[in-house]
Ligand binder design. Structure first.
Ligand SMILES: [Zn+2]
Ligand SMILES: [Zn+2]
Length: 238
């Protein structure tokens, strides 16, 4: 079975995410685009995953709970989980490792948590877009311990990626896949780039606006349209 995917989408919980990135809008836009499976991956938090999963279930879109974690090396890592509980466990670990800085919504943007009706049920006051004290090794190990998959985020970017920040992809760092962004090809990256050390590539949007969500261009071969099967397919070597 072939699924069109986008495994890196922010919601309005990320201060840099547009206010229109509500659970209903994200799910409906993904369906309009022709996608079969998405993940919501807010910065260091997963407060809108439950609503997006609920909305997706009703609308016929598979939604994975996830997060984009910023490590102490300022490396961005996309973590995807089989269950909301596992994702929330990781959220607790990450948030305990975040510095106690308050968000300044007027400067950085609002951090809204919504329900499945897109009603605002809470505002996250903690600054989410900042590095936690966990190393990239800690994050990979912890996500794997919780049964999730770890994707090196936007490895082609010149900041906040494992390759830009560490200089290379350490062989003992067991990522399940590496994410290339939309314009990676134009910057000289390909799925078989040597810098990826044979890692499978995932093409996600890192969408902060509805229009940026992936077009149906990138396909994942899965056994069944279930989260466990999607994670298994990401783990499989490319
Ligand atoms: Zn990022
Ligand atoms: Zn992102």
């Amino acid at each position: 079975m072939r699924l069109f995917y986008d495994f890196h989408i922010h919601t309005c919980l990320s201060p840099c995410g547009d206010a229109d990135m509500t659970p209903n809008n994200v799910v409906n836009m993904s369906l309009i685009k022709g996608l079969d499976v998405i993940a919501v991956t807010d910065h260091n938090a997963c407060g809108n995953a439950e609503a997006a999963m609920q909305v997706g279930k009703e609308a016929g879109l598979l939604v994975l709970p996830g997060m984009e974690i910023e490590t102490c090396e300022e490396v961005h890592v996309v973590a995807l989980f089989e269950t909301l509980d596992a994702c929330r466990e990781m959220e607790v670990v990450v948030q305990q490792a975040l510095p106690p800085i308050q968000n300044k919504p007027e400067i950085f943007g609002e951090q809204w948590i919504l329900n499945a009706e897109d009603d605002c049920i809470a505002e996250e006051s903690r600054m989410l877009v900042t590095a936690c004290s966990l190393s990239v090794y800690d994050v990979v190990a912890q996500v794997h311990k919780l049964g999730g998959v770890v994707i090196a985020a936007h490895v082609d970017k010149s900041a906040y990626s494992v390759i830009s920040n560490l200089g290379f992809l350490p062989a003992d760092l067991s990522f399940d896949a590496a994410e290339l962004s939309k314009n990676a090809e134009g910057k000289g990256w390909s799925d078989t780039d040597e810098r990826l050390c044979g890692l499978k590539t995932i093409h996600s949007s890192d969408a902060h606006y509805l229009g940026d969500i992936n077009e149906p261009m990138h396909v994942l071969e899965v056994e069944t349209k279930e989260i466990s099967s999607v994670l298994e397919a990401i783990r499989k070597k490319g």
